[in-house]
Structure formats: C-alpha cells, structure tokens
Design a binder for this molecule. Structure first.
Ligand SMILES: [Cu+2]
Length: 190
C-alpha cells in the first residue's frame, strides 16, 4: 500500500516538474537524488560500540531512523579532551589502527567537507568537543544517510563504521578534513 502511494506521488511530482523552469527542476532533482531511502522504516535503529586502539570501550552510539535522517546519540567516556572529527567510514571493520574502516562513506562520489564546494561525503558529521573529564553526551542528526541497505544506507553489504579522529575536521580538506589519526572505531550494527 505504501509503495503504490509512493509511485502515485512521484507521478504527480513529475507532472508538476514539467511546469517549472529547468534550473529549478535540476536543483530539485539533485536534492531528491540524495534523499534518504524511503524504504527505510522510521524507528529502525542500529548501534556502534566505539573502541580505542587498545580495544577499550570509549563510547556507545545509538542510531535511529527518523523521517528526516538518522539521529545519532552517543555517550563518550575516556576520550582525550579536545575537538575531534567523527565520520561514518565506508567499511564495517575496526581493526587498529582502523584503516580497515576505509575512507569516508561516500556513495555519491563527492569530495570531503561541508565547507567544500565540491563536497560533501554522506559520512561527514560535525566535530565533537570532549571536555577535560573525557566524558560527553552527543546528539546529532545526519540527513545524508539512512539505516537502509542500499544507496546511502549505513547497513550496506560491507557495512560502515563510526570513526573518531585525533584532531578536528577542518570541514574542507579532501579527503579527510586534516583530522589526523583514527583513535576510536565502532562497526554500525543492528
Ligand atoms: Cu573519519
């Protein structure tokens, strides 16, 4: 039932698109191409247990699919104080020094960085700020990923990982925002 409704909606959208000017239509189509997969059920959840290079648990992240993207809630403990980059990486494997996680999750073949005109990777996220205690709770939402298994889905065939870096992301430098070593990693899993 939901699928037939979706088909009806896209037929209507196409009919409307025929009436608008080509530039507006191109912009709209580009936006739609990046939209989270509509087949992903709202309320679906996943998690990632972040471990450091010694294998110690330094954080747990809960991921929840909403109608507007994936809500990430993370409890961090015992990470070095300071500003750290955090990204979704392309492969669900976390073997120190975490190069096994691959580059940033990038299904749309963009460059890195939300301040890069050629960007950004779907896996890009805003920096996290860890206080002197090493403990923090972080809430963020990513409209660029879903908990689906294809396209922008974090649960694709080779999985994905949530990776924390030693340094801040400069939001611009391709391919990794000059964010330095990988200091914690967790596989995204249901
Ligand atoms: Cu990264």
């Amino acid at each position: 039932m939901r699928r037939s409704l979706a088909v009806l909606c896209s037929a209507t959208t196409l009919a409307l698109a025929a009436c608008v000017n080509p530039q507006v239509r191109a912009a709209r189509e580009a936006t739609e191409a990046q939209a989270p997969a509509t087949t992903t059920a709202v309320g679906a959840s996943a998690r990632a247990d972040l471990r450091d290079l010694q294998g110690a648990l330094v954080g747990t992240a809960t991921l929840q699919q909403t109608a507007h993207g994936v809500l990430v809630t993370a409890d961090i403990a015992n990470l070095p104080p300071g500003t750290h980059a955090i990204h979704f990486h392309a492969v669900g494997r976390c073997e120190p020094p975490f190069q096994t996680a691959g580059g940033h999750f990038n299904p749309n073949a963009r460059q890195h960085g939300i301040r890069n005109e050629m960007g950004h990777h779907a896996g890009d996220l805003p920096n996290i700020h860890v206080p002197a205690s090493g403990t923090a709770r972080i809430d963020m939402i990513s409209r660029d990923v879903s908990l689906g298994t294809t396209g922008n889905g974090l649960l694709d065939a080779d999985g994905t990982s949530l990776v924390v870096h030693a340094l801040a992301d400069d939001y611009r430098t391709d391919p990794s925002g000059a964010s330095g070593d990988r200091i914690a990693c967790g596989v995204v899993a249901r």
